[in-house]
Structure formats: C-alpha cells, structure tokens
Design a protein around this ligand. Structure first.
Ligand code: ATP
Length: 780
C-alpha cells in the first residue's frame, strides 16, 4: 500500500511542469489573449502571484501528512474559500482531486468524509469554471478579430474612394496603401507570431492533456488493480458497496475527462477555422493589393501620357507664339498704314457725299394720328426715286395734281431707323472733320420734333435723329481711338423772336419773356470729352439771356461763344441734357397744335479729333435744328404777340431758304446776316458743309395749302431742283403765277362782296390783318 502511494506520488510529480501548473490561472490566460505586451507582464505577475498562492495552498495541505479526512472542518472551509481556489494553479486543483481519490481508495472502506467530498466538489467546480472561462476568452478573441476586420473593411472603403480621386488623391492612396501594406505586414507577422504562439500553446496544452490523460489512465489502472486486490481481500458485502461508489466516482472523473477532451477538440477546431479565416483574409488582401497596384500602373501610364500631351501642347504653343509674333509684325505694319488709309477713306467718303450733293432734301410724310382715322390724304403717290404727287382736294383731275421731286421721300410707315439710315453717312463726315447741318422743316404738328428727337419718353427704337447721331458719333470715335482721340461738345440753343438764348446761363436777372408760355426757354450747351471727364448734368430751369453771335467763327469753331460748355462722355449724358433742353423749350399753344413750338431749337455738336501720332487735329460740327412751325399765320388765328412771333418765324425761315438757295446756286453773296438763325448756323451752311433738310408733311386735306407752301419752300432750296429740274423751272413759275392770279381773283371777289355789304349798310368794313399777313407770306 505504501509503495503504491509512493509510486503514485512520483508519477504525479513528474507530470507537473516546472512551476507546478497544468492550466495557467484564468486571469493570466485572459490577459494573454487580449494583449501580448500586457500579457507578458501580467503573465509574469500572475505567475508569481499564482506561485505564491499555490505555495500557500500546498502549505494548507502540509497537514495532509495524515489524510484529508483528518483535516479539521475550519481548515477545509478555508480551503474552500473562493479566494484560495481562484488563485490556486489548475494542476494543484487536479492533484487535490487525485489525493482525495487516493485516500478514498487507500481507506479500503471507500468512504469519503462529507466535508472532504464537499471540498472535492468545489475543486471540480473550479476546474469546470476555468474551462468555461477559457471558452469565453476564445469567444472574446473572436469578437476582437471581427472588430479588426471591420476596421480593415472601413480602410478598404476609404482606399477605394481615394482610388477614384485625382492624381493627388492617388498619391494619398499610395501612401495609405503603403501604410496598409506595412500594417498588413506587421499584422501578418503579429498574426503569425500569435498563431505560432497559439499553436505552440495549444500543442503544449494538448500534450499536457494527453500526459494528464495518460497519467489518469495509469492512475485508474492502478486504482483498478488496487480495487481488485482490495476487493479480493474485502468481504463480499462491503466490497460490493465500495466498488459501486468507486465506479461511480470513476465514471464521474471519466466524464470530466471526456468533456475536457471535447473542449480541447473544440478549441483545436476553432483555431483551425480561425486560421482558415485568416488565410481567406490574406487572399482578399492580396487581391485588393494587386488591384491597387494595377490602378497605380494605369495612373502612372495616364500621367506619362499627360506629360507627353503637355510637352506637345507646349510645342504647339511656342509655334503659335511664333506665328502670333509674325502676325503682330504684320499688324504693326498695317497699323502704321492705318492712319494714312483712314485719311484716304475720309477723303473718299467726303467725295462720295459731295457727289450725292452737299444740299439734300428728304421729305417725310407723317401718318394720321390715332384720332384722325378715316381722313382723306393729300398724298397720291410716293416714288422710290424721290417723286411725290399730292392732290388738291378741292380740284378734280390733272389740275388738282402737283408733283414734287426731292432726294428721297419717306412714306407714313417709314420707321425712325430707316429715316436715319440715309443720314448716317453725314454723321460720319462730322467725325472726319466736316460741318453738317440737319433741319426739320414743316408746319406745326407735321412731325419735326418726332423726326429730330422722337416721341416723348421714347424707347431706343423710337429714337430720333439727334440721339442716333450722337450714338453714332460715340461709336465711330470709339472705333478709332487707337489712332484718334476725340473731344466732342454739343450745344442746344433756342432762337426765339430773333434772340438767341442759353438755358444753362446762371444769370437770373435777365428780362422775362413777354408771354407766360415762354418762361422756360432753353439753350443747352453740352460738351463731352471722350477721354477726360464725365459731367454730371443738373436740370436747370433758367431764364436765359440773349447771347451774342460772332459774324465769323472763333478758333474753337463756335459761333455762339458765350454759351456755357459742359463735357459728357456717353450717349446717356447727352440724352439727359437734351431731355432738359426739350422740357425747357419755349412752347405756345395755337389753334392748330397746343404743343406748337414757337422757337427754333438748335443742337450743336462740335467734334475735335487729334491724331495720336502726328498730333494734328481736325474739327467738325453737327447742327441738328428743329425749326419752329411754318404754318400760315391766317390759319393760326393769332394776333398781337403771337403774330409778332409768327412774323419772326416766317422771316427767319425765309432767310434760311434764301441762304440755302444762294448756296445751292453757288452765288457769290450768301445772305447769312438776314436772320439770327442763319447767323448761328453760318458755320455749318456753305463751303464744305453738308446740309440736309427733312421736309415734314401733314397728310390731312385741311392742311393742303400749308403742305403745298412747305413743299414749295423745300423744292426751292433743293439742289435737285436746281440741277435736273432746271428745265421745268419755267413751267413751275407759270404755275405759281397762275396760283397767285387765282388767289388775287379770290381776294378781289371777297373785296367786291365786302363793298356790296358796305353799300347795303349791313356790314362795316373790317381791316383784315390776317389777309394782310397772308399777302406778306406769299410775297416772301
Ligand atoms: N412719323 C410719325 N409717326 C407717328 N407719329 C408721328 C409721326 N410724326 C409725328 N407724329 C406725331 O404727331 C404729333 C405731332 O408731331 P410733332 O410734335 O413732332 O410735330 P412738330 O412738327 O414738331 O410740331 P411743333 O411745330 O408744334 O413742334 C405728335 O403726337 C407725334 O407723336
């Protein structure tokens, strides 16, 4: 018996490891799984603490000199305390189980005291707990692996996103990829080390388990032999009971062993599956890395092709630059020739205008106004070549027809733009250094202001000649700014009752107009400097004073030098000033038109161009004249001041006709001094100056005689009539004489009637001032 116990003790001690442990303490295993660094430290600490606790545990069992049955109950309960058991090495716990079983076998009766049995159960429970904790740790490890996998997945996503980015992003991807690769390498190394450690540990554990199993088998064998021996020695009754108990215990221990083996197998299977999983991961990473490398290769290729493209573009750019250089040289030569070409062009343009005639008359027929629907028109025919036939509503057939010929006749539907088109070349002459004068002549309400300015608050489409001409001046001067700088000044003056007035004058002490209608007489002098300054124009409603007129133009080209001068640099500035001028223009109502203008409005635009290279300068001026209404005084039914106004208007219009007529006939003497109007305009009438007159016609039958009078005036000043129509002059004179005869006949008949009335005493003689005025008109 003693020998058996000794043998058993020897075998048992030889199966223990150097530190006496089979299983590491639970906390130590846990730490190992979680972190290698912490693991090693903790392992060391826990090992030393386990050793200490194990020694203490064994010290408790020093009492086992006798047996477990002899240990007092207090000692047993101390041993069963959870702190003692928790810290005890697994191998010590197994040896406790063995010792108790040994004692039980040695005791022959097979009985185990109750407290020892309790201790045995506690120890076995502890072993079970440790095995299950191991399983827990393995699960935790699995979770840890999953977390790492997710982390790598997110990195893969980031890398994928970056892979679709630009080259900079590719660089970032490259860096990340390198980082990933190094991470992966580190991880693989760590994994390998870990796997290796795990495998080694598992192998060790397996070996240990196997040794333990072998040992337990041997123990069992010995126990069985002992049992057999004892049973042969024991009485059959006792023997049977003891054997039964022992077999039960044996089964219990065998069950535990089987369970332990199963767990080992499970652990091995889990380790195997983990290893496969890691292999799969590695494979996926390899594929991903290959894909990334492929993308990198493509990027490198693309970058090379872009580099080649850049080199190609650079070459083509340098070629283009060379070509541009040669073109610039050609352009430079062209620019040098430009000014000579420009002056040549100017000369040709002027020659062309001269060929067309320096005095032109365009006739424009106003349409019927909205309230005049259904009225009969006096216009019978408008020819393309400037022919116009009008009908006398009181005469039938050929007698009632009168034909006229002008440079151009515009029908009632002609637009403002179409009218301006024929005027445009003259505006260009102004920029070329010529003087141009454009008139609008006609009876009140025939559309003079409409043609020259446009309707009130007109849109760009309705703009009259004034606005369009100014617009063109700015446009042309801007197009020439590389070779010429232009300064342009614009005047707007009003001639009323043979007095010239400047509305921008600040002299408020001047005498007022005799009529309330003429409080706001205007003269606007507008100057604009294309290069220098912008003028702010404030609307001034001023009573203006009479300005002096120089008989010869000053050096600056102004005939009214006292007028204020302002500068503008855009069409809008000029428009603003002209608006003010139009508002302030003297107006008086008559029976015919309550907007009737009773003064001549003159907008003078002075252009001074300086050659950028030579410094030589040229001057041109454009006078845009909206004449006062030319209606016959008897129709206006005016007397007193209004009659005086009408006489002044007629006188000045007559003087204008005389001047233009004299110019057209190239007379030696041109009677500029006969009116203020012709004095103001003398600079732009005659010599190289070009004159254009818009003859405005009211198509209404009731205005027939005024229309005929207007057309006759226009025909008189028309260069066309003086040239080609000269042969028909005789016939025309005869016609006029016939008209005068019939007019005188009418007058005589009227006189006869008056005389008869006088004789009868039913009527008194009245001096007919209107008739007298009429006579004056016709004689003029
Ligand atoms: N071509 C045209 N198309 C449409 N309406 C026109 C045309 N010509 C003139 N009118 C209209 O006829 C009316 C009289 O025109 P406007 O005031 O221009 O005549 P005027 O000859 O300047 O008169 P006044 O001598 O009294 O100043 C205005 O209402 C104007 O809008």
């Amino acid at each position: 018996m003693d020998r058996l116990v000794k043998d058993y003790g020897r075998i048992k001690s030889s199966s223990f490891s150097s530190n006496g442990d089979v299983f590491e303490p639970t906390s130590c295993n846990n730490a190992k799984l979680q972190n290698n660094v912490v693991d090693s430290k903790f392992q060391h600490a826990s090992r030393s603490s386990a050793m200490a606790v194990g020694n203490k545990f064994h010290q408790v069992f020093q009492l086992k000199q006798g047996s477990f049955a002899d240990i007092p109950a207090s000692k047993i309960s101390e041993m069963m305390k959870s702190t003692s058991l928790d810290n005890a090495p697994t191998q010590s716990l197994l040896s406790v189980v063995n010792d108790i079983l040994d004692e039980s076998i040695e005791r022959k009766t097979g009985e185990i005291p109750h407290r020892v049995a309790c201790l045995l159960r506690r120890v076995v429970q502890e072993i079970e707990r440790r095995v299950s904790t191991q399983a827990e740790h393995l699960r935790a490890q699995n979770n840890l692996f999953k977390t790492r996998e997710e982390k790598y997945q997110s990195r893969i996503r980031v890398l994928e996103a970056l892979a679709t980015g630009t080259s900079e992003e590719t660089e970032i991807v490259m860096n990340q990829l390198q980082q990933l690769q190094s991470d992966k390498k580190k991880m693989e190394e760590r994994k390998k080390v870990k796997e290796h450690e795990d495998v080694v540990r598992l192998m060790q554990e397996k070996d240990e388990h196997n040794q333990e199993i072998t040992f337990l088998k041997k123990e069992l064998e010995i126990a069985r032999q002992k049992c057999d021996q004892q049973s042969s020695q024991m009485k059959p009754k006792e023997d049977k009971r003891g054997r039964q108990e022992l077999e039960d215990r044996l089964k219990e221990v065998l069950g535990m062993l089987t369970e332990s083996r199963n767990r080992v197998k499970e652990l091995e299977a889990f380790s195997e599956s983990k290893s496969q999983w890691w292999n799969k991961k590695e494979h996926i990473y390899q594929i991903f890395t290959e894909f990334q490398l492929g993308a990198l290769r493509e990027l490198r290729f693309a970058s090379q092709s872009i580099r080649q493209e850049v080199v190609r573009t650079q070459n083509s750019f340098s070629e283009d630059f060379t070509n541009l250089g040669s073109k610039f040289i050609a352009l430079d030569i062209a620019a040098k020739n430009y000014s000579s070409l420009l002056s040549e062009n100017r000369k040709l343009h002027n020659e062309l205008q001269e060929l067309k005639g320096n005095i032109r008359v365009y006739c424009r027929i106003r349409p019927f106004l909205p309230g005049q629907k259904g009225k009969q028109s006096i216009v019978e025919y408008v020819g393309e070549n400037g022919e116009l036939i009008i009908l006398n509503p009181s005469k039938q057939g050929k007698e009632g027809r009168r034909s006229f010929k002008f440079n151009k006749v515009y029908g009632p539907t002609t637009t403002q733009a179409e009218v301006y088109l024929d005027t445009q070349p003259l505006v260009q002459s102004v920029v070329d250094g010529y003087n141009v004068c454009i008139f609008a002549y006609g009876q009140t309400g025939s559309g003079k202001t409409y043609t020259m300015t446009g309707p009130d608050r007109s849109s760009e489409e309705d703009w009259g000649v004034n606005y369009r001409a100014l617009n063109d001046l700015f446009r042309i001067s801007r197009s020439r700014e590389s070779s010429f700088t232009y300064e342009v000044s614009v005047q707007m003056v009003e001639i009323y009752n043979e007095q010239v007035r400047d509305l921008l004058s600040n002299d408020v002490s001047q005498k007022k107009y005799p009529s309330l209608y003429y409080h706001f007489l205007s003269t606007i002098l507008v100057c604009f400097d294309l290069n220098l300054q912008q003028i702010h124009v404030s609307p001034l409603f001023l009573f203006c004073h009479t300005l002096g007129i120089l008989s010869t133009t000053q050096g600056n080209g102004l005939t009214v030098p006292d007028a204020s001068i302002r500068s503008v640099n855009s069409t809008s500035d000029v428009l603003e000033l002209m608006d003010i001028g139009l508002k302030n223009r003297a107006k008086g109502s008559t029976a015919l038109n309550d907007r009737s203008s009773r003064s001549h409005s003159v907008v003078s635009i002075h252009v001074r161009g300086t050659d950028v290279k030579s410094g030589s300068s040229l001057r041109g001026s454009l006078n845009l004249v909206d004449l006062a209404g030319s209606e016959r005084i008897d129709r206006s039914e005016v007397t007193g001041d209004r009659l005086k106004e009408a006489q002044h208007i007629n006188k000045s219009l007559s003087a204008l006709g005389d001047v233009i007529f004299a110019l057209a006939q190239k007379s030696a003497h041109v009677p500029y001094r006969n009116s203020k109007l012709t004095q103001v305009l003398q600079n732009s009438l005659g010599g190289q100056a070009k004159t254009l007159m818009y003859v405005q016609l009211n198509p209404d039958c009731s205005s027939y005689s005024e229309s005929v009078s207007t057309l006759k005036f226009a025909e008189r000043v028309s260069g066309v009539e003086l040239g080609a129509a000269k042969s028909s002059k005789e016939g025309r004179d005869v016609r006029e004489l016939m008209e005068q005869v019939s007019y005188l006949k009418d007058t005589i008949a009227k006189k006869d009637e008056e005389m008869e009335d006088y004789k009868r005493g039913t009527n008194s003689f009245r001096y007919d001032s209107t008739l007298h005025a009429k006579k004056i008109m016709y004689v003029g």
